[in-house]
Design a protein. Structure first.
Length: 221
């Protein structure tokens, strides 16, 4: 069993390397995924305007690229998510993309941020975008504060301290519903996390290589 898990982990790392290389090649040629999408409602237009403002003013500190944000929105809305958890709010850029989906699904976002200043900025961005009733920011050490969470979680997005990814996974995977998604940003920076999700037979993982790279994991039914 250990040998099978090790082989799966090695294969996962190899796939990540290949997908990252292909993604860098695609990005260098230009990709429409790096542009903001067209809004199809006034509600969406308002959120996208704040996303654009945050991006233009350099407020995307420790956050996702636009292509990653678009993928977060797509997956969250496709999953018809009602309960989304984000570890690593930063200034709320990724949370705004998640809220684009949640405005459609009628869901809520609970997002955790260690830094008090960034948490305050995120709350302000959510308010300007009109999604402050959708998103709740919890400030503090997420390794501890996530203990308050209850399932079922439809979508879990991890984008925080890379050395803590496996701890977040271990603590929150039991709360993710069967058929739910676990998404992790910059997974190429956490070999332990890649091994954990590719070596677990209860999970199915692929890697999206645009932007900063996204691990997309399905919790099997």
């Amino acid at each position: 069993m250990k040998r099978a898990a090790l082989i799966a982990g090695i294969c996962g790392l190899a796939l990540w390397t290949v997908f990252t290389a292909l993604g860098q090649r695609r990005v260098s040629r230009g990709s429409s995924a790096s542009s903001l999408p067209a809004a199809n409602s006034e509600m969406e237009k308002k959120v996208l305007s704040i996303i654009d403002e945050v991006q233009r003013t350099g407020g995307t500190y420790l956050s996702v690229d636009v292509s990653d944000g678009r993928m977060l929105r797509l997956l969250t809305e496709a999953a018809d998510a009602k309960n989304v958890v984000e570890i690593g709010t930063s200034t709320g850029f990724s949370g705004l993309w998640l809220c684009l989906a949640l405005q459609r699904t009628g869901g809520k976002l609970t997002t955790f941020e260690y830094d008090a200043g960034r948490a305050a900025t995120a709350r302000a961005n959510f308010k300007k975008a009109g999604v402050d009733q959708v998103a709740t920011v919890v400030q503090g050490d997420a390794h501890k504060t996530i203990a308050q969470l209850k399932g079922p979680i439809d979508v879990l997005f991890i984008d925080a301290d890379k050395e803590g990814y496996t701890d977040y996974l271990a603590k929150l995977q039991p709360l993710v519903r069967p058929g739910g998604l676990i998404l992790a940003h910059n997974v190429g920076s956490s070999d332990a996390y890649v091994r954990a999700v590719t070596g677990n037979p209860a999970l199915e993982t692929l890697f999206y290589s645009e932007g900063g790279g996204l691990g997309i994991t399905l919790k099997k039914r």
